[in-house]
Structures are given as structure tokens and as C-alpha cells.
Write a protein that binds this ligand. Sequence first.
Ligand SMILES: [Zn+2]
Length: 308
Amino acid sequence: MATTPAVKTTTKPLSKLKEEICDIGRRIYNKGFAAGNDGNISFRLGPNEVLCTPTMVSKGFMKPSDLCIVDMEGNQIAGERKRSSEILLHLTIMKERPDVNSVVHCHPPHATAFAVAREPIPQCVLPEVEVFLGDIPITKYETPGGQKFADTVKPYVKTANVLILANHGTVSFGETVEKAYWWTEILDAYCRILMLSRDLGRVTYLTKQETKELLDLKQKWGYSDPRLDKGMENCDICANDVFRSSWGNAGVNRKAFDAPPPMGADPQHATAAHAAAPATVAPPAIDYDVLVKAVTEQVCRELGIGAA
Ligand SMILES: [Zn+2]
């Protein structure tokens, strides 16, 4: 197949972008996020050209020459190997989000366990997650590969940067390949910590005030969060799962984890689960101001972005 010259959304040469995708592929594979030939990665080269990983190749052992180019409808226009069968998922996200240039899909085990259990991800637990991830939706299950499957992300794609795909895995997206991958790694680490702490017997939630401080910090740094939108200001933040209205349709319900406690806020927002929950939530002994600052500064340093 002939190679079509790419219209770049970045000044980086195509060879460099191919190397970046291979590098993220190695990280996905080495983290155990993509068994066998699982997972796929894409980068938008221009208005109608997307660089993507091939099917039937381990993402841990890709060479730049293995990568393909497709148009925005998924037709292959360059590359010796056959493009990923899940490319329509990537293209649907790129069409909905002009700011997104890269999409990473894989099957990280801890996040995928929540996808299989259809258990919503509890909020108000870790400062870094509150600031960088926010609430994480679980999509409705569909057989992977087709447009119907790709369309399951549409209700959430504008309000989140990482989604859990029911009984399947995760998809995350961003401006660069590195940033797109970043959300997946943070989400899987968070899911693992949640499972470990629950096994220890207790998950301690942040208070409403502590969560509010984190959301204020998030706003200050220019990250959006649906919980900061108008109409949410009088709600109890912790009890307010942004995507709760979608749970019924996606078969999601809370079983393994308690709902974050209402912390004495407006009682009309407290659910029956809250009312029945024993008062096992101890006040955190950690200085979260110091912790959040340290964690976020480190992350920002690694990403080369300013935190101030
Ligand atoms: Zn998959």
C-alpha cells in the first residue's frame, strides 16, 4: 500500500510519533495491561489521517514499520499490517473530541475487574485521583469491534478522559500519546489500591470539605470537573456520582464498596445506603494539603507542565 504524506497535528515527524506509540505499547504490555495481542493505540496525524497499531501483534514488541494509517472512517490507507479491529472506537472519540489527538485502549486487570463486576469507582478516596481523574463512567456492554460498540462511549466522552468499558477494559484519551496513556495507568493503580484497602477491611473516605478543597485546586489549575458545574454546588459532593443516572442502563450497581458518606451535608441527598452505613469513617490523620501538593508537583514535573 502506498504511504500518504501526513498533515500533522504536531510538529513531530512521523517517525518520532511511531516510536512514541511503540514505547507506550511496551509500557502497556510490561504493566500487564495487554495480554497476547490485546490493546490498541492511535494518534491523529491530520483531519483525515490517523496513525494506529496493527491487529495480531503484541503491543510489547511492535516496530515502527508495523504501524498503519487509516482515514476517519477506518479505511486503511498505509501500512503493511492490518489495522486494529477496534479503530472505530478511537475514531468515534476523536470525532467527538477535537482536542483529543491520541487514544489508548487496553485491558488493565484491576480496572477491568470493576468492568466485570459492574461496580462504580468510589470517589473521595485519593487526592491525586480527585484532581486528575474525577468520576469515571462505566459504559454499556456491546460486542467489540463495530460502530455499535464504539457508540457506547458517546454519552461520556465529553465529560471524562478515561472510561471503563463493561466486561472489556478501558479507553483513555488526550492531546499526546503519553497523556492518553497516563489516565489508564492512574486509573488502574487507583482500582488496585481500592481493592487492597477493602481487603484490609476499611476504605476511609475524604470529608466533604477535604474533597471541596481538591476540586478547588483542580479548578485553579484549569482542569474541568462536572462536580464543579452549576447546579451541583448545593449537593453533597461525595454522595454525588456524576454518572449515576447511567448505572441502570449499563447494569452498574454498588455492591463491593459503600457509597462515600454524606458527611453531615444536606440530608435530602443521603441515600438509604448512606443511612444504613455504620460510622466507620475515621478522620484522616494525613495533612492532605501537603500530600496533594507533593504528589501533583511530582506528576506535573514528569509531564513537563507547570502546577502553579
Ligand atoms: Zn479490547
